[in-house]
Design a binder for this molecule. Structure first.
Ligand SMILES: C[S@@+](CC[C@H](N)C(=O)[O-])C[C@H]1O[C@@H](n2cnc3c(N)ncnc32)[C@H](O)[C@@H]1O
Ligand code: SF4
Length: 418
């Protein structure tokens, strides 16, 4: 999902549209739009850029350091950038906070507490704010869960990735399947809301194997699962191995079958997809990710974090310095780590709205497209895409991509945006 907004957390949750377009099929299983209330919301994304080791498939802004991280110093810099950003945004009510990474579960609970305190000091925080933290499921990290809860986190998202040790080893993960299940059990005891991530379409994985594993995962899950197809990202070790024929991933037909199995089993178990790679019981969707897909406003704090902020009626696309130590020095010197501040024109805003919104089962409201771009979607293009079976227009006017339209989602978006 990087691509048009590289490095931003939004990409974690659905991955590159272009990489995954084929598998984006809206199936009858997908949650209907109307089930999700679309209130205006404001999200705060915090990026913790450090990991214990670099997974060979990962191209996120994550770094391994062999010296201990000076957490109080980073916490102070996060607080400082929050203050500067709040000055710029003006008063807002924060509806969701997401601590992503990297590996945020390497943060001490006191670091998390200091960051949440700073957010509460500079913005109004909604009573029902969702505060998510991404955690790697090692036993050491699970010992911090109670501290996170005490600091104000109310939802964790665990990077389980696989439920067998041999695939975890292939993926270069540091935890075992048993450790992951134990961490999920701890999360269940401590948090009312938790989710976990699995990666599928792994080397040698068959639909039968994946179906069996997914059923076990669903039995361990509660209200939300993120299920990502393994993407071979450029400049990762997996990319080189794949190119050299040393890492075989499922072919397109098998990958499609894996996707179909995912939809079928999840919907049978009450976890339909509400977005390409995200499944939830009704009402348990990740509110923070909906901020991105509904193109609401959010700020990004920390190294390599992205934001979208409306200032004086103009939408700004913001991004901070990616390298952690450079970001730290910039913030200490100037109060912020911003290196990109682009004004999006109406065309860019409208394109982003289509690209993000059409990933959702709920689709988009064409009236919002009109308000953003100053023009309507072309009725002839809509009619022709509808005749081709790529989209449907609901009785209330919402436009959604169909199961057969999702494999060509990029083309559908390009056609509508042209
Ligand atoms: C960047 S990670 C951050 C969370 C945490 N560090 C972890 O790895 O569990 C967020 C999620 O992205 C997914 N992910 C990262 N790279 C991927 C890739 N190349 N293909 C598919 N999923 C990927 C993993 O499922 C992971 O849980
Ligand atoms: S732990 Fe997560 S963020 Fe870190 S390298 Fe692995 S996948 Fe990437």
């Amino acid at each position: 999902m990087p691509g048009f907004m590289p490095g931003i957390h939004v990409f974690l949750s659905a991955y590159s549209l272009s990489h995954k377009t084929w598998m984006a099929g809206t199936s009858p299983a997908m949650t209907n739009a109307s089930a999700v209330q679309e209130a205006e919301s404001f999200g705060v994304y915090i990026h913790w850029p450090f990991c214990l080791s670099k997974c060979p498939y990962c191209d996120f802004n994550s770094h391994v350091r062999h010296q201990p991280i000076d957490q109080p110093r980073f916490a102070a810099a996060f607080a400082r950038e929050i203050a500067t950003t709040a000055q710029r945004s003006g008063p807002r009510t924060v509806s969701s906070i997401f601590l992503g990474g990297g590996t945020p579960s390497l943060m001490e609970p006191s670091t998390v507490g200091a960051i949440l305190d700073a957010i509460g000091k500079h913005w109004h925080v909604a009573d029902d704010v969702e505060v998510s933290l991404e955690a790697n499921p090692t036993s050491v990290e699970a010992t911090r869960f109670a501290g996170y809860r005490a600091a104000g986190v109310n939802r964790v998202s665990l990077g389980v990735q696989a439920l067998n040790d041999s695939d975890l080893k292939t993926l270069g993960r540091l935890h075992s399947a048993q450790e992951a299940r134990d961490a999920v059990a701890i999360a269940r005891r401590i948090f009312d809301r938790y989710s976990f991530d699995l990666i599928y379409a792994r080397p040698d994985q068959t639909p039968q194997m994946w179906g069996d594993e997914l059923r076990i995962a669903i039995a361990e899950s509660a209200e939300h699962l993120s299920l990502y197809q393994l993407t071979i990202e450029p400049e990762t070790p997996f990319f080189g191995l794949h190119a050299a024929g040393k890492l075989q991933t499922p072919d397109e037909i098998t990958a499609r079958a894996l996707y179909d199995v995912t939809q079928e089993i999840c919907s049978q178990h009450g976890l339909p997809s509400y977005e390409i790679s995200n499944h939830a019981r009704s009402g348990a969707e990740c509110r923070h990710n909906l901020v991105y897909w509904r193109t609401h406003e959010y700020v990004g704090i920390g190294p390599g974090a992205h934001g979208r902020l409306d200032i004086g009626g103009v939408r700004h696309a913001l991004a901070t310095e990616k390298r952690p130590e450079s970001w730290l020095m910039r913030v200490e010197a100037t109060g912020h780590g911003l290196v990109t501040d682009d004004v999006l024109n109406s065309e860019e805003r409208a394109d982003e709205f289509l690209l993000m919104g059409l990933r959702l089962a709920e689709g988009i409201d064409p009236a919002r497209y009109r308000a953003l771009s100053g023009r309507s979607l072309d009725p002839d293009r809509i009619a022709s895409l509808r005749d081709e079976g790529a989209i449907v227009v609901d009785a209330d006017g919402r436009l959604r991509v169909t199961q057969s339209g999702f494999p060509v989602l990029d083309a559908v978006v390009a056609d509508l945006a042209a």
